[in-house]
Design a protein around this ligand. Structure first.
Ligand code: ZN
Length: 296
């Protein structure tokens, strides 16, 4: 295990316990999330060491990397994914000129595949070998690299118009280094688009330690709107707008119901998901938020 002694957001060194959560999908181990006493940034601490974190991704039910459909949740997930893929494509086209697109943590390459058919030049980074293999062979994304180091070696002269992270930044080990690298690799005026769960949402407050989007220890950071903007602005970006991901409250509530009670009550999960979206209208504290940043 690795213990961070400095806050990734403000560099402060004084933390207090925030919540303890169980890893429901893989290890069944319990992990602590701490809150920085200076800036209130939340992060999983201690966390598995870099050479051990891969063990926590080995699960049949970790479906974001697989394309096999089993059960109602997986079927719903896929239907919603196809719908949201179109929304994501619309969003990048609104904020960026077409050109080189990097999807950081591209998984099996679904988003890149959709973007490429709309004439974007698709590049990906994906550490999981199985997902990377699927992206290359099935989705024909030829430029997918396992990490920043390999991407640098292969893409020394390539700059991007747009970099996207769809539920990925919360998994990234070297948070500040990675954000700085995005700044270096983006063209001036380029867009950085980051979607992450939001622990201040109504569904998070309802399910507490059972909230599925804490997803410890795979989720290393737990963002709210203020800390996200502070963190990314620190790396030289300007915050443009934030948008909701309204399907996530339903999906996350279904999983959270399962963790809390052992089985899913669909009406209950649906109601919590719906209430989460309705309550978020004013403060925009949706279950998941898409942040749009630009490099000045
Ligand atoms: Zn802090």
């Amino acid at each position: 295990m690795t213990t961070l002694s400095n806050c990734p957001c403000c560099n402060g060194s004084s933390f207090e316990p925030y919540i303890s959560c169980k890893d429901y999908t893989v290890s069944q181990e319990t992990f602590q999330i701490v809150s920085c006493k200076t800036c209130s940034f939340k992060f999983t601490n201690p966390r598995p060491a870099e050479d051990k974190i891969g063990d926590y991704y080995k699960s049949e039910s970790y479906i974001s990397h697989s394309n096999t459909s089993q059960g109602l949740i997986s079927k719903l997930y896929k239907a919603v994914r196809n719908y949201t893929l179109k929304g994501k494509l619309k969003l990048i086209s609104k904020h960026s000129q077409k050109g080189n697109l990097l999807d950081y943590g591209c998984g099996i390459g679904m988003f890149l595949s959709v973007a490429r058919s709309s004439t974007w030049n698709a590049f990906g980074i994906e550490p999981d070998p199985g997902a990377r293999d699927f992206a290359t062979k099935e989705n024909k994304i030829t430029r997918v690299y396992p990490d920043v180091k390999t991407a640098n070696e292969n893409l020394a002269d390539v700059q991007f118009n747009c970099i996207t992270l769809w539920h990925v930044l919360e998994h990234v080990m070297d948070l500040n280094e990675t954000l700085t690298w995005f700044n270096k690799k983006l063209n001036s005026g380029g867009a950085l688009i980051i979607a992450v769960p939001n622990y201040t949402s109504f569904d998070a407050q309802t399910y507490k330690e059972f909230w599925a989007a804490y997803d410890v220890p795979r989720h290393l950071y737990h963002f709210d709107q203020r800390t996200m903007v502070e963190l990314v602005q620190k790396a030289g970006f300007k915050h443009i707008e934030s948008l909701p991901m309204k399907f996530d409250s339903f999906y996350v509530s279904m999983l959270s119901e399962k963790y809390k009670t052992g089985s899913i009550s669909y009406p209950k999960a649906f109601l919590t998901g719906l209430r989460s979206n309705l309550k978020a209208k004013e403060a925009k504290d949706y279950s998941s938020v898409i942040y749009v940043f630009k490099k000045p």
